[in-house]
Design a binder for this molecule. Structure first.
Ligand SMILES: [Zn+2]
Length: 682
C-alpha cells in the first residue's frame, strides 16, 4: 500500500491562526481539488483500520509514545530558540493530545492516548537531548527547498517525528507551518514550523503552541474541519470525521458561528477544534472521531514509531534519564563536489550544547579552524578528508569523513553566442540537460502551441505537475564568458497562464560561477508578472506568437568567469503550462518584436473555420512580406502570391480545401516571422 504513494507528495500548508492574511488559502484546499484520487487512496487504508478497531472495541488502546527530534535551522539570531522553548512545545503537544487536567488542552474533546517525547537517544543510540541546531541560510525557508532542508539534517522517519523550526517560511507569506501526510515519500516526511509559533515561551510567547498541535494532527492523517465546506454528509465527505460539525470556511478569531446546516442536530462550527484556523486561545479539542483516525494511522502508515523496541532504542521508555550527554560531533555540507578554486561552507550540527570546535581540512585553506561554520577554499584537485573535534562541558567527540570533499577541474565552457529554439526533434539538445529531481512531470518539447518562432518550444505541464514546490530546471551548457567582447545578455521568450487566480507557478533564472556550489537568482516571475494569457482551467496553449513575453537579463557581473552555469527553473504550484522559446546568450538583443508585432496586428477569422477564412495584417514594408499557411508538420498548404502595395491593412482571403485540424498562419517579414494558429473544423 505504501508503495502506491512514493511518487506523491502529500502536504498540508497552514496559515496564520491570528488572521494575518485571510485571503491566503491553505495549500490543502488546492491539494483536495486536484488530487481527490490520491487522497481517496489514503482514505481506503485509514478507513480499513478504523473498521478493524471497531471490531476490537473491547480492547482499550494503550498510550502510544512518539519520539521527536527537533532540528532548529537558524540564522544565529533569536530564531535559534532555547531548549526551554522547545520543551514548552513538547509540553503543549502532551497537554493537547492527552487532554491533561489543569492545562489549556483540557477542553471538550477526548484524550487521544498519544504522547510525545523529545528523543534521548539518537539513531546510533548515543545520548542526546533530541535537538539538532544548524546555522544555515535555509533558515529563510522556501517550501520548494524542503528537500534541501532535509539534506541538512534528517533522522529515520519510521523511528522519529522530524520537526524543523525555521526563521521564516516563503518570505513571510503568512504560512506558519506545514506537514506531510501519512503515505508520503519517506524523505519528505515531517513538519516545518516558524520559530515564533513553536512552543509558548521565548520568541513564541504570544502563542499557545497550537500551530504545531494542528500540524501534528495532519501528520497523523487529519484534515481541516472546514475541508470540503458544508458538503452533503457529515461522515462521508468533509474531513471524513462524523463528530466534527461541517464548516463552510476556515474560522479566524473566536467567532460563534453556524456556517452549515446539514448536520443533525444542527450545531455551531467547532472553532475549539485544533484543525480549524481559529485563535490558539479558543482551541482546546480533538474529537473521538479524530482520535480514531489518528489511531488508524498509527496502526498502518506509522506502525513502527510507537513500538516498544523503538521507544527503548530512542530513550523514550519510562524512567530513562539522559542527563549530562557527551557532545556528539557532527557536520554537513550541501555541496561536497566542487571545482578547483571554489569554496565550501561546513555546517556544524554537533549535539548536546557543544562549546569548542577544532576543524582539520586536508587540502583546504585554511587547513584548520576553530569557528562553528567555517568556509574553506580548495585549490587542488583530489578527494579530501574533513575532521571535526567538538567539546562540551562533559567531554570530547570527533567525526572524520574520509574522501568527503571531491575537487575536480571543470570542463572549459563553450564560447558565446548561443541559441536554442527547440526546433530540432531531439530534446533536450544543444548541450541542455534537464534536472528533474522527483522523476515526474518535467520539461518537454512542444509543437502544439504557437511557438515564439518556428514550430516548437519547450513546455512544462503544471496542470498535472502535482508535486507542489518541486523545481524542474533546464540547465544550459557551461559558458566561457571571458572570451566574449561586450556585456553578455541572456534573452529568452516565455508564455504562461494560470489555472486558478489564487495559485501561480514560478519562473526563475539562476546563475552559478562556482560550478553549481552556489546559485544567484537573476530573474523571477510569478503571478501577474508571469502571465501572458488569461486564467483557464483547461491547458494553456499560446495561439499567437504575439502573446509571448521577453526576458532580457544582463550578465555583466559574470564577464570574468570561464565556467558559468545558467538554469531556467519552473517551480510548480499545480498551475498551467509554461513555455520557453528562443534562448539567446550573447549581445543585447534590441527587441523590435514587441512594437513591431502589435503594429502588424495579424489576425485570422473566423476561427475555428470551415476552411474559408480571412487573414488581416498591417503592412510596414510592402513587398517584403508574405503569408503562408502550414500544417502541424510544417508543410506549406497555402501561399499568398498577393503582395501589399502600400503601408496599411492588408486582407487576404483563403479558400483552400484543408483537412480538419490545426494550422499555422505565418506572416514573414523583415522583422521576423509572426504566427497565428487556426483550427479547421468542417
Ligand atoms: Zn492545516
Amino acid at each position: 500500500m505504501i508503495k502506491l504513494f512514493t511518487s506523491i507528495i502529500l502536504l498540508f500548508f497552514c496559515f496564520s491562526s491570528i488572521a494575518q492574511n485571510l485571503n491566503e488559502p491553505c495549500y490543502f484546499d488546492k491539494y483536495q481539488r486536484l488530487h481527490k484520487v490520491a487522497i481517496n487512496k489514503s482514505e481506503v487504508e485509514i478507513k480499513k483500520e478504523i473498521e478493524k478497531s471497531k471490531l476490537q472495541k473491547a480492547t482499550l488502546p494503550s498510550v502510544k509514545i512518539i519520539p521527536v527530534v527537533v532540528h532548529v535551522v537558524h540564522d544565529g539570531g533569536t530564531n535559534n530558540i532555547s531548549d526551554a522553548q522547545i520543551q514548552s512545545q513538547i509540553d503543549v503537544l502532551n497537554e493537547d493530545f492527552r487532554k491533561i487536567i489543569g492545562t489549556n488542552g483540557y477542553g471538550n474533546g477526548v484524550d487521544t492516548e498519544i504522547e510525545f517525547c523529545l528523543a534521548k537517544k539518537d539513531p546510533q543510540g548515543k545520548c542526546t537531548n533530541g535537538i539538532v541546531r544548524i546555522k544555515s541560510p535555509l533558515s529563510n525557508h522556501q517550501t520548494h527547498q524542503r528537500s534541501q532542508l532535509k539534506l541538512l539534517s534528517y533522522w529515520d522517519n519510521l523511528r522519529y517525528l522530524n520537526i524543523y523550526v525555521v526563521k521564516n517560511i516563503n518570505n513571510g507569506s503568512g504560512t506558519l507551518g506545514y506537514s506531510s501526510f501519512p503515505g508520503g515519500p519517506p524523505d519528505e516526511d515531517g513538519i516545518v514550523v516558524r520559530h515564533d509559533y513553536f512552543g509558548k515561551t521565548g520568541t513564541a510567547s504570544t502563542t499557545l503552541g497550537r500551530t504545531t498541535t494542528h500540524e501534528v494532527g495532519h501528520w497523523f492523517g487529519l484534515y481541516h474541519t472546514f475541508n470540503g465546506g458544508c458538503g452533503a454528509d457529515t461522515c462521508a465527505d468533509g474531513d471524513y470525521v462524523c463528530d466534527t460539525p461541517p464548516a463552510a470556511n476556515p474560522n479566524f478569531g473566536c467567532p460563534t458561528i453556524n456556517s452549515c446546516s446539514i448536520d443533525v442536530p444542527n450545531v455551531n462550527d467547532q472553532i475549539q477544534n485544533y484543525l480549524d484556523y481559529s485563535n490558539d486561545n479558543c482551541k482546546n479539542m480533538f474529537t473521538n472521531g479524530q482520535a480514531q483516525r489518528m489511531q488508524a494511522t498509527l496502526a498502518s502508515f506509522r506502525i513502527d514509531i510507537w513500538q516498544t523496541w523503538n521507544i527503548d532504542s530512542t530513550g523514550c521508555s519510562a524512567g530513562f534519564v539522559n542527563n549530562n550527554c557527551n557532545v556528539i560531533a557532527d557536520f554537513v555540507t550541501l555541496n561536497p563536489n566542487i571545482c578547483v578554486g571554489n569554496s565550501i561552507t561546513f555546517y556544524n550540527k554537533s549535539q548536546n550544547n557543544p562549546t569548542t570546535y577544532q576543524w582539520f581540512f586536508q587540502g583546504g585553506v585554511p587547513a584548520t579552524s576553530a569557528v562553528a561554520n567555517p568556509t574553506v577554499t580548495y585549490s587542488s584537485i583530489g578527494n579530501f578528508q574533513v575532521k571535526l573535534i567538538a567539546t562540551n562541558s562533559i567531554g570530547v567527540d570527533s567525526l572524520i569523513l574520509n574522501n568527503y570533499i571531491n575537487v575536480t577541474t571543470p570542463p572549459i565552457g563553450q564560447s558565446l553566442p548561443y541559441f536554442e529554439g527547440f526546433e530540432a526533434y531531439s530534446f533536450p539538445a544543444n548541450g541542455i540537460t534537464i534536472d528533474n529531481p522527483d522523476g515526474g512531470i518535467t520539461w518537454e518539447r512542444d509543437t502544439v502551441a504557437i511557438a515564439y518562432q518556428g514550430t516548437a518550444s519547450a513546455k512544462i505541464n503544471n496542470l498535472i505537475n502535482i508535486n507542489y514546490g518541486q523545481s524542474d530546471a533546464m540547465i544550459l551548457p557551461r559558458f566561457d564568458f571571458t572570451s566574449f567582447v561586450g556585456i553578455p545578455y541572456l534573452n529568452f521568450k516565455w508564455a504562461y497562464a494560470k489555472s486558478d487566480p489564487n495559485y501561480s507557478d514560478e519562473l526563475i533564472v539562476l546563475v552559478s560561477k562556482d560550478c553549481g556550489v552556489t546559485w544567484t537568482q537573476v530573474f523571477y516571475r510569478t503571478g501577474s508578472t508571469m502571465i501572458t494569457g488569461t486564467t483557464q482551467t483547461t491547458p494553456y496553449i499560446p495561439d499567437a506568437n504575439t502573446t509571448w513575453k521577453i526576458a532580457n537579463i544582463s550578465l555583466a557581473t559574470y564577464t570574468t568567469y570561464p565556467n558559468v552555469l545558467i538554469k531556467i527553473v519552473n517551480v510548480t504550484d499545480g498551475g498551467n503550462n509554461l513555455y520557453i522559446d528562443n534562448i539567446n546568450l550573447g549581445s543585447n538583443i534590441t527587441n523590435l518584436n514587441d512594437n513591431e508585432t502589435s503594429s502588424h496586428n495579424l489576425s485570422v477569422y473566423p476561427n475555428p473555420s470551415n476552411g474559408h477564412f480571412y487573414i488581416d495584417y498591417e503592412s510596414i514594408n510592402p513587398g517584403d512580406e508574405s503569408i503562408e499557411v502550414s500544417d502541424v508538420l510544417g508543410r506549406v498548404v497555402f501561399e499568398s502570391n498577393i503582395k501589399a502595395h502600400a503601408i496599411g491593412v492588408q486582407k487576404i482571403e483563403v479558400s483552400t480545401p484543408l483537412q480538419n485540424g490545426f494550422y499555422n498562419v505565418l506572416l514573414k517579414t523583415k522583422q521576423g516571422v509572426f504566427i497565428k494558429k487556426i483550427v479547421i473544423n468542417k
